[in-house]
Design a binder for this molecule. Structure first.
Ligand code: KIV
Ligand code: ZN
Length: 510
């Protein structure tokens, strides 16, 4: 059996099913490109039948991201499969991923189908997909709660119909590692023709066991692991791919398996996914959390200074975490700034560099020491994901315990400076109202959160918020950074409004 484990990334499909997450096509493309740099084998770009937006995103990724397998999800019905193919057909290596549930619970309550009908639908779906592409994955949804005999019959029939990968999802995160390994072993032993297909697993994290279950499955013979960056996904999420990858690498003595992953891209990928989805990474998250390589106790610090391996099982540089050194300040020039960007792995156009440098200078006037984290935050905030209709220009706030909070906001649109003032229940409310007066759109602030990106009293604060137009449900996420949290809030709000306007304009152009 091969010792290569294929990494199947479903950040853009299952990951995007996380509550509150909605990525536009540009954001998905940016993540897909980064996943290709990370070296995942398969990117599941979406579920094309579910919406026009998902269809377009899969189509764009299929056309633009070459040298990697791009998968699209489809139920076993022909309309789903045809639509998936329509989106995927220009991919370098297209894969149709078709699924149907096999557990009695799903058959009885959701599908209202008999076992024979499910088996028939699975075979028909795989054959239909096979008519389009040689690379067909079949998933038996809720496999871990399915009757093993029936599941084996379905998998056998799917392989005979042409499935080249068979996926065994623990859809509701119910399995335990020992049990799941045994389950996979039984499938490997019982399903005729199993050697013709790659056995895959797709574990959810409802009991916090998704990574452990995935690793147990590879020990039992699975050779594809599905998961998402930062472990995002339905409910408690999917197996966290960076954890699976680093466990396989760090404990290769135990697993003896390889992936094609460029581990140094992990941290950047994780940050990008967090930024674009608006899902913060918990500080103690393994591999990519802000504390994952931080040593607090004096004994630990002393140990690491004497010999890193006393308390570190992985070198942070392996996952692409640059040591945060104090590199630049207000006297640093454009050349030094550009060199540091290159070292941090950014490649900016001249225009982007100019914007980022202007923000860096602005920040350096307010903050003595500019760290790598500051620079990353500036760049990621300066590179526009959508054309900005409004540019944040200035903010004045009058607030306190005895005055009505009032905000005056200046935004630039083209050549014009537009200014408005408004009162609110608090300063953030006043800012939002002033921006609304300028744009003419009335939006609800659905959520607001702040995160200190860097340390110290002059730390950069990053505000992530979500807005929706009054009487509408669609959410738009915005982010803004500044040493001043009210300015960060204003920047984030304007960013979200720009996304909303961009989508409206794109809709109007269709
Ligand atoms: O969790 C699940 O079963 C899935 C399938 C569609 C693979 O996401
Ligand atoms: Zn899933």
């Amino acid at each position: 059996m091969s010792n290569r484990v294929y990494i199947f990334d479903t950040t853009l499909r299952d990951g995007e099913q996380s509550p509150g997450v909605s990525l536009n096509a540009n954001e998905k493309l940016e993540i897909a490109r980064q996943l290709a740099r990370l070296g995942v084998d398969i990117v599941e770009a979406g579920f094309p039948i579910t919406s026009q937006g998902d269809f377009e995103a899969v189509k764009t990724i299929a056309r633009e991201v070459r040298g990697i397998t791009v998968a699209g999800l489809a139920r076993t019905n022909f309309a789903d499969i045809d639509r998936a193919w329509e989106a995927l057909k220009h991919a370098d290596q297209p894969r149709i991923h078709t699924f149907i549930a096999t557990s009695d619970i799903h058959l009885k309550h959701k599908l209202r189908m008999t076992r024979d009908q499910v088996l028939e639908a699975a075979v028909a779906g795989v054959k239909r997909a096979k008519g389009y592409t040689a690379d067909v994955e079949f998933s038996a949804e809720d496999a871990s709660r399915s009757d093993l005999d029936f599941l084996c019959r379905v998998l056998e029939a799917a392989i005979a119909a042409g499935a080249t990968t068979v996926n065994i999802p623990d859809t509701v995160g119910y399995a335990t590692p020992d049990e799941f390994a045994e389950f996979i072993r039984s499938i490997m032993n019982r399903v005729k023709g199993i050697e013709k297909a790659v056995v895959s697993v797709h574990c959810h994290d409802d009991l916090g066991l998704a990574v452990a279950n995935s690793l147990a499955a590879v020990l039992a013979g699975a050779r594809q692991v599905e998961g998402a960056i930062n472990g995002i996904g339905e409910r408690a999420g999917n197996a966290s791919l960076e954890e699976v990858i680093m466990a396989l690498y760090t404990r290769r003595d135990r697993y003896g398996l390889e992936t094609g992953i460029n581990t140094e891209e992990i941290y950047r990928t994780s940050k990008l996914v967090s930024k674009l989805t608006g899902m913060e990474i918990q500080p103690n998250k393994a591999i990519v959390g802000k504390n994952a390589f931080a040593h607090e106790s004096g004994i630990h610090q002393d140990g690491v200074l004497k010999e890193r391996t006393t308390y570190e099982i992985m070198n942070p540089s392996m996952v692409g975490i640059a040591h945060s050194s104090l590199v630049l300040g207000k006297h640093s020039g454009r050349h030094a700034f550009r060199s540091r960007l290159v070292e941090l792995g950014f490649s900016l156009s001249e225009e982007e560099l100019n914007k980022a440098f202007a923000r860096f200078k602005d920040l350096a006037d307010r903050k003595k020491e500019i760290t790598d984290h500051d620079i990353e935050a500036i760049v990621e905030n300066e590179i526009r994901k959508v054309p900005a209709t409004y540019e944040f220009t200035y903010l004045h706030i009058s607030s306190g315990t005895t005055v009505v909070p009032t905000a005056t906001v200046g935004l630039t649109r083209g050549e014009d400076l537009l200014e408005e003032a408004a009162c609110g229940n608090g300063p953030v409310d006043a800012i939002c109202k002033a921006v609304d007066k300028i744009t003419g759109y009335h939006c609800r602030l659905v959520s607001w959160g702040i995160n200190a990106i860097t340390g110290g009293k002059d730390a950069l604060g990053e505000v992530t918020l979500r807005i929706a137009e009054n009487n509408k449900d669609k959410l738009y996420m915005g982010r803004g950074i500044s040493t001043d949290i009210l300015e960060a809030s204003a920047r984030a709000y304007v960013n979200a409004v720009n996304k909303m306007l961009h989508e409206k304009n794109a809709g109007a152009a269709v």
